[in-house]
Design a binder for this molecule. Structure first.
Ligand code: CAA
Length: 281
């Protein structure tokens, strides 16, 4: 098995960054989303990011990297020649199920399937397809262009060959792979940080703290961002869906607080919508 062509499903905050990183490493990439406006927005984010990297001399030619990325809304076109699919669609089980059932019918038989899910058990997602031995987790961190860690997660049926190939793939795109052999919700990083989210909201409400106060304290302690800025950066909806999944899969204590549910309902999703905990407009 050799990976030459990568299909990235989803052109959002994670999808566009993953497509960019793969193209920077020389892979041919198709990036697919369900609406032309989403694909266009993803391509614009890639162009902005590549322009910065070119200016800093981190890549030779933004144009050349861009020429390797083919945007599309057509799922069949996106996956039919792919050797590797990286799915980065919303963190909602029903959406992932629908996408994987379709991809399973359209992709080549030897194509490897991966999900960038940040929480969901890989074994569950793999079982939406007819090739769970070729299915693994490939979990990037936001922003994929700058963050080095990628978790490579084994589902219960993932073959050794696929795990090894993905570890090499992650190295080939200049990232640091961490093999996760135990398929638990949240894998390693998010499994470990998730309880912090629950306690954070409890403490902030009990002590009547503002996001500004909390974030300022974190920055002074040396963190690049405080937890509320980070939530706006990652997406309030992403964190909300992750917490809901944890509430079902791990413990009801993870159920997101009412005020976060309201933010999602009102479309206050963080930087991407101009408002979250902060006003970014
Ligand atoms: N492409 C190219 N360049 C970029 C970029 C991108 N996508 N994003 C930022 N940059 C550049 C900026 O332009 C800036 O360049 P200059 O110094 O020339 O101005 C440089 O990177 C540094 O960025 P910033 O000045 O905006 O801010 P920073 O120094 O704080 O660095 C950061 C940005 C690396 C994101 C840093 O804030 C950070 O590490 N934050 C925490 C991120 C984190 O924890 N991510 C994980 C989230 S959890 C997750 O993703 C998992 C999940 O499952 C949900």
């Amino acid at each position: 098995m050799e990976i030459k062509t990568v299909a990235v499903l989803g052109a959002g905050l994670m999808g566009h960054g993953i497509a960019e990183v793969c193209a920077m490493a020389g892979y041919n990439v198709t990036m697919r989303d369900i609406k032309q406006e989403f694909v266009d927005r993803g391509m614009n984010m890639i162009k902005e990011s590549l322009a910065k990297l070119e200016q800093k001399g981190k890549i030779k030619s933004a144009e050349e990297v861009l020429s390797r990325i083919k945007p599309t809304v057509d799922l069949e076109e996106a996956v039919k020649d792919a050797d590797l699919v990286i799915e980065a669609v919303p963190e909602v089980v029903e959406i992932k199920k629908q996408v994987w059932e379709e991809v399973d019918k359209l992709a080549k038989p030897d194509c490897i399937f991966t999900s960038n899910t940040s929480t969901m058990r890989i074994t569950m997602l793999a079982d939406f397809t007819s090739r769970p031995e070729k299915f693994a987790g490939l979990h990037f961190f936001n922003p994929p262009v700058l963050m080095r860690l990628v978790e490579v997660i084994r589902g219960e049926k993932t073959s050794d060959e696929v795990m090894d190939l993905l570890v090499e793939f992650v190295k080939s795109i200049g990232k640091t792979p961490v093999r996760v052999e135990k398929d638990v919700p949240g894998f390693i990083a998010n499994r470990v940080v998730a309880p912090r989210g629950v306690l954070l909201h409890a403490v902030v409400e009990a002590e009547n703290l503002t996001p500004e106060e909390v974030d300022a304290a974190f920055r002074k302690a040396g963190y690049p961002m405080g937890p509320f800025e980070l939530a706006d950066y990652v997406g309030i909806d992403v964190n909300y869906n992750a917490a809901r999944y944890f509430a079902r899969a791990v413990s009801p204590e993870y159920e997101p607080p009412e005020r976060v549910r309201k933010m999602v309902e009102e479309g206050r999703l963080g930087r991407k919508t101009g408002r979250g905990w902060y006003d970014w407009s």
